[in-house]
Design a protein around this ligand. Sequence first.
Ligand code: FAD
Ligand code: NAD
Length: 399
Amino acid sequence: MSRPKIAILGAGYGGIMTATRLTKELGMNEAEITLVNKHNYHYQTTWLHEPAAGTLHHDRTRMSIKDVIDTNRINFVQDTVVSIDDANKTVKLENGELTYDYLVIGLGFESETFGIPGVKDYAFNIRSVDTVRKIKEHIEYQFASYNNEDNPSEGMLNIVVAGAGFTGIEFIGEMADRIPELCADFDVPREKVRLICAEAAPTVLPGFDEELVEYAVNLLERKGVEFMLGTPIKEVTEDSVILEEEEIKADTIVWTTGIRGNSIVENSGFETMRGRIKVESDLRAPGKDHVFIVGDCALIINEEINRPYPPTAQIAIQQSFTVARNLKTLINNGKLEAFVPEIKGTVASLGKGEAIGKVGNKKLYGATASAMKKIIDNRYLYLLGGIPLVVKKGKLKLF
Ligand code: FAD
Ligand code: NAD
């Protein structure tokens, strides 16, 4: 009898961990597992603010997929998913086609533009190794060009970050550290550079602990960050952002106003909310017995507050354990388990050696929070590839 085919789309946190967990749950002859990813490497999205600012080389955030999966058990296909035809259980790839009996969709997120004019054309986003390399190179080019211009443009050294959510704040923390280095490298006076964060809500990190937010804002303002709160960006042009009552000249605009699910999912006919599928409790797509969703493509509701859980790597990783177990059960005709997220906390970095966080009821600040963030990063590497991967790719210097 032929083995059932499991196709996993995307090798981010959700996808690669599902593949790895499946090799532990299933016997050699129980299923044929295929993992598809655009690149031949897995990158850690949660570190991308660092290479974006240039405080960490992008190679530190990525690793060869074949080095971390069991290639005897998982067939890795490097290709780009174009669309999913679930009626025919087929995935169209840029260079071929794939059929499946069971599907796991883990294609991650896209930057949410809310249809604001100019964002797609003129703003950068923190999405992948490819997009963050561009940010770093662009900023360095702006600094390198400055002293070569007779009349530098008004916004040449202005960096505007749209949105003060966790992504925006973590990037600003790194950028605030990087600017003095760039100024020294390219002989640019610090006062010529502006780092501005425009946030629509009346506060930074809306909904997060007020004391921790105050700590973050004070620290970042001391490092020269200018916050503009209650100021939604209405439009982005080639060299500026347009707010309700003013225009700020800036040749670098980094867009971090939230995310939506990968558009391939909704374009393939799945019902979505902001590109995310509201999954059943067992993480299957409604009405699709054989399709599981992991990570940012899945929408799960926190029943206590009747609102979606924020899409995080923490949840994507936990979901992969449930999906792998449920696939095993499904293949063997058992009862599927419900996914119950266990939110351990949130820690956000604010640049070198600085962070804020809440773990359980405990608030963490400064060096302790920063060390905790590195422990969380290392823990993921441990789950994926054991101690060898922690040694190879981990953040071993905690303080
Ligand atoms: P991803 O990890 O984004 O992976 C998706 C994969 O699919 C990628 O490998 C991509 O290349 C691949 N892919 C996409 N399209 C295609 C295609 N068409 N064909 C083939 N392959 C494709 N969460 C936390 O819990 N803690 C944090 O500290 C944290 N920090 C963050 C910091 C930053 C800067 C950002 C941007 C996010 C952070 N998050 C954090 C959120 C977290 O990164 C996401 O929730 C998580 O990456 C979602 O995992 P995923 O598996 O759904 O997608
Ligand atoms: P977000 O939705 O958390 O924050 C986006 C921010 O942009 C909000 O504060 C919003 O008010 C603001 N905004 C929206 N439209 C705007 C506009 N037109 N002009 C100005 N501001 C505008 O999104 P994110 O920061 O991209 O994070 C995405 C997900 O990743 C979240 O679930 C987050 O929790 C997670 N994440 C977690 C961490 C961490 O745990 N350390 C780090 C980064 C991201």
